[in-house]
Design a protein around this ligand. Structure first.
Ligand code: K1U
Ligand code: ZN
Length: 200
């Protein structure tokens, strides 16, 4: 059985230089902005050079995401308008490296059009059905600036599309078609329906 240290070291090796603990901390580096805050509606800019500053930001985003017990986080959620997002579907597995996507672009969608109940760290406590393609292909740079391609399905495909929406100033509630459920879900948690920008 590998020790925790060995698992973390392997994780760091696999994920470049982004070794962070997945244990939630009490004082994360960033607060997460909530629905109604204009920063969530500002499109993110492409990142030029992938350097230590970008890796440091990605590290801080991961710590903030683990603290909030999320599986994804996009830079605009912490008020940073850069095309950077992090995803980790294996919160309980220290050996499983997180995914860092820089300047991601969707190069294809497929599978079926499926419905899934989404949540968002920027709209805590609200979980509503959203319809999206079940498979997505994405090109991006990793934390070392290496060009990558990924074909994802299931929760990973869902999370990539949700996080990429954040980079364009779009929130999952903008895609909810059941307006009664949307109003009810938002008002239960004290959010304002007027802050939703429905996708045409
Ligand atoms: O972008 C975010 O705010 C993160 C969001 C990602 C996401 C969740 C569900 C569907 C699509 C995208 C979250 O992590 S919300 C928290 C959540 O739903 C969750 C947390 C831990 C385990 C499983 C789900
Ligand atoms: Zn979100």
């Amino acid at each position: 059985m590998a020790s925790s240290f060995a698992k973390l070291a392997r994780s760091a090796e696999l994920s470049g230089r982004l070794q962070v603990s997945k244990d939630p901390v009490d004082n994360p580096p960033y607060d997460i902005h909530q629905l109604g805050d204009a920063v969530l509606r500002t499109p993110a800019r492409r990142i030029g050079k992938v350097d230590e500053a970008v890796r440091s930001l990605a590290r801080d985003m991961l710590v903030s995401m683990y603290a909030a017990r999320g599986i994804g986080l996009a830079a605009p959620q912490i008020g940073v308008h850069q095309q950077l997002l992090v995803i980790d579907l294996e919160l309980e597995d220290a050996a499983s490296p997180p995914l860092v996507l820089i300047n991601p672009e969707i190069t294809g969608v497929g599978g079926t059009i499926c419905t899934y109940e989404e949540g968002c760290l920027s709209i805590p406590g609200v979980y509503l059905d959203v319809v999206r393609p079940s498979v997505v292909e994405v090109s991006f740079r990793d934390e070392m600036g290496r060009p990558k391609r990924l074909k994802a399905d299931g929760l990973m495909a869902r999370c990539i599309q949700h996080e990429m929406d954040h980079l364009n100033g779009v929130l999952f509630v903008d895609r909810v078609t059941d307006d009664a459920k949307l109003r009810e879900g938002l008002s239960e948690k004290g959010f304002d329906r007027a802050d939703v920008r429905p996708i045409a």
